[in-house]
Ligand binder design. Structure first.
Ligand SMILES: *[C@@H]1O[C@H](CO)[C@@H](O)[C@H](O)[C@H]1NC(C)=O
Ligand SMILES: *[C@@H]1O[C@H](CO)[C@@H](O)[C@H](O)[C@H]1NC(C)=O
Ligand SMILES: *[C@@H]1O[C@H](CO)[C@@H](O)[C@H](O)[C@H]1NC(C)=O
Ligand SMILES: *[C@@H]1O[C@H](CO)[C@@H](O)[C@H](O)[C@H]1NC(C)=O
Ligand SMILES: *[C@@H]1O[C@H](CO)[C@@H](O)[C@H](O)[C@H]1NC(C)=O
Ligand SMILES: *[C@@H]1O[C@H](CO)[C@@H](O)[C@H](O)[C@H]1NC(C)=O
Ligand SMILES: *[C@@H]1O[C@H](CO)[C@@H](O)[C@H](O)[C@H]1NC(C)=O
Ligand SMILES: *[C@@H]1O[C@H](CO)[C@@H](O)[C@H](O)[C@H]1NC(C)=O
Ligand SMILES: *[C@@H]1O[C@H](CO)[C@@H](O)[C@H](O)[C@H]1NC(C)=O
Ligand SMILES: *[C@@H]1O[C@H](CO)[C@@H](O)[C@H](O)[C@H]1NC(C)=O
Length: 625
């Protein structure tokens, strides 16, 4: 079952048996769409004789609402567009004007929010899209898959960190590669609105930087440079990494009075690597002559270099797009991160001495073991010392422990067990002297990875048990103060089961379940105001689909999610579940009362623990979706 879409092996095994491809070959090969399934909407349409009278289903991603001040925002629409046949065409462009250009009173803003709202009706795949301002990426996201009766969804993203960019005239670009034909009819009708929340007082942004002995930390960058492809082009502004040796680069230069730099990296994975965590080792594929099955094993790492030297790495979170595994899982609760993909920060400050010379330098991106295709770009956030023309800097120490990789393969014919492990660390220390004094920055990244896979039932059954540890830390020392730090420690568990039953008549019955989580502990100490936060965001989904000729003709998907955020400032808790498009229960708490809750898949997780799924409530005959 499970998904054909998510178990790459399984999908292709199926191909060997069946004369057709799940997704038309032209689409799979030529389009940067995910290997997701469309839904047969005939019975959905039959649900009502007059579609227009049925209200659209609201889809959503569970996340902590953005803290805004009780002030009334200055809001305006920056783009409205209907994305019909947009694949392979230039991004949609709009002139962007800051709030002053919209008659909003000139003042400071404590919070800036981008709001994406879209409607769609019909049948359509999940489409990846990006929103860029002046080439700087603000949002990477995936569309929801519509139904015949229509859907609507809204994504709100805190984009306050792009403040300096948002105060200037610029060009907004949106690329959403959609394809419309007789079968895939959905047109995405999109509004992008900006909300600017005035600061309560005239000075200081949200008090973030007040009493802060180390400038540049906790405040927003003064300048943000795009590390993406330049307009005009016919695609997204992201670079496309097509294989394990492919590298994409961007040249840039920075002002000579920068005292802090952070590279924010956006990544998403598609086509042959959409489900990279389920890809099988090549030795197994070769031994079984499975030449068309997606391989290179399940480990992926995005490596970022500056003038050829590794400065940081991204071990990405396992985002599942809205058509992934079983499209019915994500209706209406979408997968963690799918409507707002995480970006990842790399501290460049220790390396500033390499790029403060006013010359042109180069960031490059590559993906270890990559298969076609990864979309990657970045934003370089810079803090500029207004009081001096030049800052000086020196790299004191640097070590990049190369990737340690291990694999244990144990298979006989099509059935086998595979254990892949990897780890790496990067450490760099450097000082910068500016009008704020001499600040020494140490940047540390530590990663490890394990993936335990089992393939059985003649490769129709697959389980994956993966865990990523992702530990980032920035330590700072000024002449007068002791060490301060900011730390983010993330854990991404991913546990998956799928089984496909080929029914021999062009139809297959697929069962799948998945449990995965985005867990993060953040901490910083006195210099930034002591603060700690803990996020446990766990999703479990299970269900089945019956697939015929690329289309899901019937099925059931159930999803349960527990989102728990606790910090010294605020707390948020939500426990929500759905089945067959219906919310079963939804508990929300905003207060920190109630004490510690034990999260079901927290940091105490045993590496290869077998998690018992709560069975879905409804198991009756499915409607045609
Ligand atoms: C977009 O904005 C227009 C104009 O304000 C409104 O009529 C329309 O319903 C909005 N569409 C969506 C999808 O929010
Ligand atoms: C921004 O654009 C507006 C409208 O074209 C123009 O009046 C204004 O001078 C521009 N501002 C800057 C800083 O270029
Ligand atoms: C990898 O992709 C690049 C960019 O398309 C291409 O030039 C190169 O030949 C590919 N390498 C391999 C080994 O396929
Ligand atoms: C491997 O598969 C190819 C293509 O299906 C076929 O031509 C070839 O004979 C197979 N080789 C073996 C050793 O089975
Ligand atoms: C740092 O820069 C200041 C001038 O901005 C200078 O007086 C001081 O000597 C410099 N310190 C070091 C250690 O280079
Ligand atoms: C993985 O990384 C975490 C965090 O750095 C560490 O606590 C743990 O011991 C590491 N595990 C292995 C097997 O290296
Ligand atoms: C295919 O075979 C299965 C199992 O025998 C059966 O339940 C199903 O109705 C068949 N579907 C079609 C479309 O023939
Ligand atoms: C979430 O809600 C379900 C159903 O009410 C309940 O069984 C479960 O224990 C709750 N989980 C947490 C962590 O509160
Ligand atoms: C997934 O479903 C299978 C088959 O129903 C079941 O045996 C297995 O325990 C489930 N796994 C999880 C992690 O829930
Ligand atoms: C899903 O809900 C519809 C009604 O909205 C119902 O007709 C159908 O039987 C349900 N499907 C399953 C598998 O429970």
């Amino acid at each position: 079952m499970a998904s054909s879409s998510s178990a790459p092996l399984l999908i292709l095994i199926l191909l060997l048996h069946l004369p057709f491809h799940r997704i038309p070959f032209t689409a799979a090969n030529n389009l940067h769409r995910s290997r997701s399934l469309g839904l047969d909407l005939t019975s959905d349409a039959a649900l009502t004789s007059n579609l227009a009278t049925v209200p659209p289903t609201r889809f959503f991603e569970v996340t902590k609402p953005i803290d805004t001040l009780p002030t009334k925002p200055c809001s305006y629409l920056v783009l409205r567009h209907q994305f019909a046949y947009t694949y392979g065409k230039p991004p949609i462009l709009a002139n962007y004007y800051p709030p002053s250009g919209h008659g909003c009173p000139a003042r400071e803003f404590s919070k800036i929010v981008l709001e994406w709202t879209a409607t769609c009706r019909g049948r359509q795949f999940d489409r990846i899209f990006g929103v860029w301002l002046g080439g700087v990426e603000l949002l990477r996201s995936c569309t929801a898959e519509p139904r015949a009766t229509g859907i609507i969804w809204t994504v709100q993203k805190d984009i306050t960190r792009y403040h300096s960019l948002l105060m200037k005239n610029s060009t907004l670009a949106v690329y959403l590669g959609n394809l419309v034909d007789k079968t895939y009819t959905g047109i995405y009708d999109v509004n992008i609105t900006m909300h600017f929340y005035p600061a309560a007082k005239k000075s200081g942004f949200d008090g973030l930087n007040s009493g802060n002995s180390v400038p540049g930390y906790g405040s927003k960058a003064d300048l943000i440079l795009p590390i993406s492809r330049n307009l005009p082009l016919k695609d997204g502004l992201w670079f496309e990494i097509e294989n394990a040796t492919d590298t994409d680069s961007k040249k840039f230069s920075i002002p000579q009075n920068v005292y802090r730099a952070v590279l924010e990296v956006y990544v998403s994975f598609h086509e042959r690597d959409e489900f990279w965590y389920g890809n099988l080792p090549n030795d197994y594929l070769n031994a079984n002559n499975l030449t068309s099955v997606y391989g290179n094993g399940p480990f992926r790492e995005v490596v970022v270099t500056l003038d050829g030297e590794t400065v940081g790495s991204v071990w990405p979170f396992t985002v599942i797009f809205t058509g992934g595994i079983n499209p019915l899982f994500w209706r209406p609760i979408t997968g963690i991160g799918s409507f707002d993909l995480p970006s990842y920060d790399i501290e460049i400050t220790p390396f500033l001495s390499k790029i403060l010379d006013g010359e042109v330098h180069e960031f490059s991106f590559s993906v270890t073991n990559a298969l076609n295709v990864w979309y990657i770009d970045a934003n370089l956030h810079l803090w500029v010392d207004e009081k001096s023309k030049r800052t000086t800097s020196k790299l004191l120490s640097y070590s990049s422990v190369p990737l340690l990789y291990s694999s244990k393969l144990d298979f006989k014919g099509l059935d086998g067990k595979f254990l892949i492990g990897a780890s790496r660390s990067i450490l760099a220390t450097g000082w910068v002297n500016s009008s704020y004094g001499m600040i020494t920055t140490r940047w540390t990244q530590k990663f490890n990875f394990s993936n335990h896979m089992i393939v059985g039932n003649e490769a129709n059954m697959q389980t994956v048990n993966q865990l990523i540890h992702y530990d980032d830390r920035v330590d700072l020392k000024t002449e007068s103060s002791s060490v301060k730090f900011i730390r983010s420690y993330k854990k991404f568990p991913f546990i998956y089961y799928s089984n496909i039953l080929d029914q021999g008549n062009g139809t297959s019955f697929e069962v799948a379940n998945v449990t995965f989580a985005f867990n993060e502990n953040r901490g910083k100490n006195a210099a930034f105001g002591v603060s700690k936060s803990k996020l446990r965001n766990v999703q479990r989904a299970n269900g089945y689909i019956v697939v015929k000729n690329n289309l899901v003709v019937s099925g059931l998907g159930s999803t349960a999610e527990v989102y728990k955020y606790d910090s010294s400032r605020d707390c948020y808790f939500r426990n929500v579940s759905s089945s067959n498009y219906t919310i079963l229960h939804d508990d929300v708490e905003n207060s920190c009362e109630g004490g510690e809750r034990q999260s079901p898949l927290g940091f105490g997780l045993k590496r290869h623990a077998i998690v018992q799924f709560r069975r879905a409530v409804l198991e009756s005959e499915s409607e045609g979706i």
